[in-house]
Design a protein around this ligand. Sequence first.
Ligand code: ADP
Length: 747
Amino acid sequence: MQFWLGWLVVGCILPAALVAGALIFESYERERASMERDMVSTARALMQAVDADLEGIQQILQALAVSRTLQSGDLKAFYAEAQALLPTQVGSNIVMHDLTGQQILNTIKPFGSPLPRETDLRMVNRAIETGKPVVSDLFKGPATGRMVLGMSAPVFVDGKIKYLVGMGMFSHRLGEVLQRQKIAAGWIVSILDRSGTIGARTEDEDSYIGKKAPADLLQRATAADEGAYETVNEAGVSTFEAFSRSPRSGWMIAFSVPASVVTAGLQRALMINVALALVVLLLGVLLAKSIAGRMTRSLNALVAPALALGSNEKLDVPPVEIEEVNELGRALAKAAELIEARAKERDEAAQSERRMMVEKQASDDANRAKSEFLALMSHELRTPLNAILGFAQILDGENFGAVTAKQKEFIDEILASGGHLLELINDILDLSKIEAGKLSVSMERVDLVPLMKSVVATLEQSARKVDISVVPHDFGLAMPALMTDRVRLAQVLINLGSNAVKYNRPKGIVSFSYEEIGDKVRIAVRDTGIGIPVARQAELFQPFSRLGAEARAIEGTGVGLALSRRLIELMGGGIGFSSILAEGSCFWVDIPVYGKASVDETEGNAADLRPAAELSGFSVLYVEDNPANLALVRNIFAPLRDVTMIEATDGTTGIALAARHRPDVIILDINLPDISGYEVLRQIKRLPYLIGTPVLALSAGVLPYEIQRGVDAGFYSYLTKPLNVKHFLRVVQAALSSRGIAVTAAQ
Ligand code: ADP
C-alpha cells in the first residue's frame, strides 16, 4: 500500500515539476530572444551616438574649411584659429594637407616646423574624389605612434579643392563615448572600424585596441548590418554576441555578454523548481507513508476477525480510524452471523436428513422383509397348491374314469377354493410389488367391448351359481378405445364385478355401464346388494379391511379393492364408488381414452381357449424332489400314448439319467436337495448328445427376477407353479416340435 501510494505521489508531482521546468525553459528562451533584441537595439543606439560625435567633428571641419583665413591664404592665422578650437573638441589635433598628402600644418607641432607626408593616402584620395568629408579607418598616427582615427573635409578655394583639413582623434576618445552610455553590468561593448579593427572597448581596452575583432563576428558582419548570435569566445566562455553597423560611417558597435549573465536566472529558477519538487515529493512520500500506515493498521485489525469467520469463535471486530474499513468490519460481523445461522440450518437439515435416512432405511428394511416374507410365503404355498389344483384338474378331466355328480361337485369346490387361494397369493404379491414400486403395467390400445365381453363371460359363471344375473351394457354402442394395460384392467373389472356378485342379495342384479367423460371413459359396476355403511366407507380401499364381511361368511381377503385402486392409479386412471345401505353400490373406474373403438372385435382371448395338442410317443425326464409334484406330472402324462417318464429326485441323479436315457424333453425343478436346477441345466448342456434337447423349468419362484434368471440361464421355457395343465401340455408340445417330434393337434 505504501509502495503504491508512494507511486501515486510521484505520479502526481513529477509531471507538475516537468511542466514547470518546461515553462521556465520557455520563458528563458523568450528572455534570451528579447535580450538579443535589446542588445541589437542598444548597439544601434550606441552606433548612433558614435555617429553623432563623428558628425559633430565633420561639421567643425567643414566650418574650418570655409574659414576666411584659409580662403585668404593666411595659414598662420588659420593655425591659431584651429589651435584655439581644439580644447573644446573631442579631437586630438587638426591637420591640413595639400592634395599630395603633404602635411602643411599640424596643431601638435609648432607652426612652420617641418611636417611628414601621409603614408596612407586612401582617406585623402576619397575626400578629393567625393568632395565631401570622410572618416578614415584606424591607423597608427605617424606623429604620435598611437591608434588614431582621422576625418577630413575638402577645402575649396575658388571652386577647386586646394587643401584637406582633417582632425585626428585618439581611439581611446571613442571609449569616452561609450562611457557616457549606460551599459549594463557584465556587457562588453567594442567600437570597430570598417575593417573590423577594435577602436574602443569598455573592458581591458589597452590589450584590444588596434586588434581585429573575432573572425566569426566579422564574417557575420559582412552578411548583415546587424544581428545577434551565441558563441564561445577564445577564453572558452560561452557568450551572446550582438552587432550593428552604421550605414553612414560603416563603423560598427559589437556587444558581448557572457551566457552566464542570461542563464543565471534560468538556472536559479530551475534549481528552485527542482528543490521545490524534491521538497514536495518528500512531503508527499511522508504523507503517503503515514496514510498507508493508518490504512494498513485499520485493515490489519480485520485480519484476525476475517480468519475467525466460519470458526465457532465469537467475532471481535475492533473500531478503527477509517470509516470504510469500519463498514467492512461491520459487514464481516454480519457475515459471521449469517454463516453461523447457515451452519445451524445446515446442521439441523443434516440431522433431519440423517433422521429421515434412518427412518427410510428402517422402512426400506421393513418393506424388504415384508416382500421377502411374501415371496417366501407365495413360494411355499405354490408347491402344495400345485399338487392340489393339478390333481383336481386331472380328476376333472376324467382321464382316470368318469366321476359322479357329487365327486364333480367336490372337484369343483377344490378347484374354486384352490383358485381363490391362488388369487389371494397373486393379489398379495401384486400389492407388495406395487408398494415396492416394482410392478409395471404395459399400456396399449385396448378396445372396450371385447374386453367387457370376456369380463362379463367370466363373471357370469360365478353369478349363475348364486342366482345373480349380470346385465352387460349395450355391446353395440360405439365407445372410444382405451389407453391401458389390458390384463390389469380386466383384473380390476373382474374384481369389482365379483364383489358386486358377492355382496348382492339373492336374485340380485349386477349391471355394467360406460360413459365418456372428457378424455376418460367411466366404466361403472352396479349391484343391488347390501351397500356399505357410511361410517365404514373410509376403510374401503385399505388392504385386508373387510368391513365386517368376514362375519357374514362371504369369501374374500380384503385385498381386492386396495389392489384395484393402486393398479388403476398406476395406469393413469381413477376409481370411486357410491353406496346406499341395503340398496346397493356403484363402483366405477375412469380410464384414459385412446381413440374411438370399433365394435366388430374378435371374441375374447382365443389363445387361452385353444385345446392342447394330442401328444404321444416321446420320453421325458422329470427331476423333482416333491413326491406330490412328481405324481402330478406323472398323472398328467399317464393318459398319453407311448410316453416314457423317467424320474429323479435330486440333480446328480437327474444328470446321470439324462446321460443314460437321452430323453426328448427334460423338466427341472429349481430347488433340488443337492444342486440347483441351474447347475443341472449347465451340466446337461455340456453333454454333447443332449445338445438341442429342450429343458423346461417348473418352479414355485414367480418373482420377476426369478423368471428372468430362468430365461437368461437358457431354459426352453420357465413354468410356474401351480401348473395350468393345458398350458403345460402346450409348452411340452412346442418343445417336442422344436426337436422335430411330430405332434397332432387335438380336435
Ligand atoms: P374382499 O371382497 O376380498 O373382502 P375387497 O377389497 O374386494 O375384499 O373388498 C373389501 C370390502 O369392501 C369387502 O370385504 C366388503 O365388505 C366391501 N365391499 C366391496 N365391494 C362391495 C360391494 N359391491 N357391496 C358391498 N360391500 C362391498
